[in-house]
Design a binder for this molecule. Structure first.
Ligand SMILES: [Zn+2]
Length: 203
């Protein structure tokens, strides 16, 4: 953690040193991911008026957090930011990172054709279930530069986009599975959270 304003007070230091400190201030940061049963996961996120440097910094932090997890998608609310942003990176482990940025994403068309994919969620760690969704979707969004774009997504990108856009509306993938299975996983996570809160704490 380094405060940018403080960097300006380092006048007596060399320019190089100041530059290094500025770099630190600009460096990406990991953000904690909230997990079930955190009630924030059920919030409806607010749309953004514009894409500015502060938002781009947040998007970059989200990418770093997603890569570190590791995951292939992360919505703003998963780091407790109730704004309509998400990042997706479908690059495989041996491929260079290829993050995609979505601000105010909206699904404007979905196919009648359906597809099933075994989904997981960084906010419900180590739990996977098959979910059926439209196979293809057309989505409209602003990119990292604030430019309006539209894409036709299919395959894993379609699933990831729908899963992440759901987060912006407080919807989780477990909402699509049977009530029996959902109750079981919610109970398990509630129990783990209680144990973490009540249990012995490290010194
Ligand atoms: Zn998720």
């Amino acid at each position: 953690m380094f405060d940018r304003a403080a960097a300006r007070d380092y006048q007596s230091h060399s320019k190089l040193e100041i530059a290094e400190r500025e770099d630190e201030a600009n460096a990406m940061a990991l953000r904690p991911i909230i997990i079930l049963p955190d009630p924030k996961l059920r919030l409806i996120s607010a749309p953004l008026g514009q894409v500015d440097d502060a938002l781009r910094k947040l998007l970059d932090d989200m990418v770093e957090t997603m890569h570190d997890a590791p995951g292939i998608g992360l919505a703003g609310i998963q780091i407790a930011e109730a704004i309509r942003v998400l990042v997706i990176d479908l690059a495989k482990k041996d491929e260079p990172p290829a993050p995609q940025f979505f601000v105010n994403p909206e699904i404007v068309w979905s196919s009648d054709e359906r597809a099933v994919y075994e989904e997981g969620c960084l906010s419900i760690p180590e739990y996977y279930e098959e979910v059926e969704r439209p196979a293809k979707v057309r989505a409209r969004f602003l990119d990292r530069e604030g430019k309006q774009r539209e894409i036709l997504a299919e395959g894993l990108l379609s699933t990831a986009l729908q899963h992440e856009i759901d987060h912006l509306d407080g919807v989780l993938f477990i909402d699509y599975i049977s009530k029996l299975k959902r109750d079981r996983v919610v109970k398990k996570f509630a129990k783990m959270a209680k144990r973490a809160a009540d249990g012995p704490r490290p010194l």
